[in-house]
Design a protein around this ligand. Sequence first.
Ligand code: TXA
Ligand code: MG
Length: 345
Amino acid sequence: MSRAQIWSLDAERPALDPLTEAAQLLQNGGLVAFPTETVYGLGANALDPKAVAGIFRAKGRPSDNPLILHLADAADLARYVARVPHSAQLLAAQYWPGPLTLVLPKSERVPDILTAGLPNVALRVPAHPVARALIRAAGVPLAAPSANTSGRPSPTDAQHVIEDLQDRIDGILDAGPVPIGVESTVLDLSGTVPVLLRPGGVSLESLRNLLGEVHTHRAIRGQEVAVAQAPGMKYRHYAPEGKLTLVEGPPEQVRAWILKVCGEKDNAVERIGVLSTSADFVVPGVEMRWMGADAESIARQLFRLFREFNGLGIQRIYAEGIDEAGMGMAVMNRLRKAAAQIIEL
Ligand code: TXA
Ligand code: MG
């Protein structure tokens, strides 16, 4: 396949011409990467099984891992699900457009390849102006996973998409870095009690405020699960190339542990990187990166830092854990999934 066409456009007021050209590619069965408020997505016409198959091929994604259907408007939800429960109406009114994905029994309009043969479909209405304008211009809902090669960190900037997929897709809409940096919250509404399948841009606390009882899937905390509710959960994800050790516990103890372990290693033999929650923490002789002052800033930086360490050839990474309140839950979920080893102090 030829190289993707790349358009640069303004995130708030995207120009019409690139959107029209990108929409035409999508209507012709092509693959176009575009920014959402969470991460960049790799879009295809969700109603065209051949185009959707192209997404799995381009990403090297296992065919049993279903895709999210992206809508321009919450009003379109009823077309693609068998029924719209009251909880979905409440959530859509509160969080759409925004970083929340709902899982519901699908309607017949949704092709089986999109849901990997499952009876349920995942849907969301993204908030990014470019994403909304593109879906509108295409006139069809878009299937869109994160626009990375399967297993690599999700792309938070167009440059990451170019690194992974430029030779395998038709177009890339570049509107600069995304505002949130981790993927949407995935909430399963197909059963009697809502189940959080993936923590993300909308916090568990705020979902519980609105809905009352919300269960969390056990795969969110653990690392490996044999049988997963969200099929994507059983795969190792988001991983940097370096072996990541996540160190959890009181910050002072965590830093003392990292300092000691790094002191025992020879950075000439193995290149080491440290991801810290403190701007002042220094470990001599290793690549230090400050992840940010709060969970939101850390979410915005995390995948970019993974890729930066890849670029530097970092072979071993030590990352400090953070508090799981609010967006902290999404950050810790991504760190645990990326981790080869977890130390609890
Ligand atoms: O923020 C996001 O959600 C981004 C942007 C591009 O919208 N998309 C994204 O898609 O993260 P992807 O494919 O990388 O992750 C989708 C997750 C996977 O864990 C998948 O298994 C789960 O949603 N999922 C999709 N359809 C599902 C279904 N029918 N039932 C349960 N889980 C589903
Ligand atoms: Mg993904």
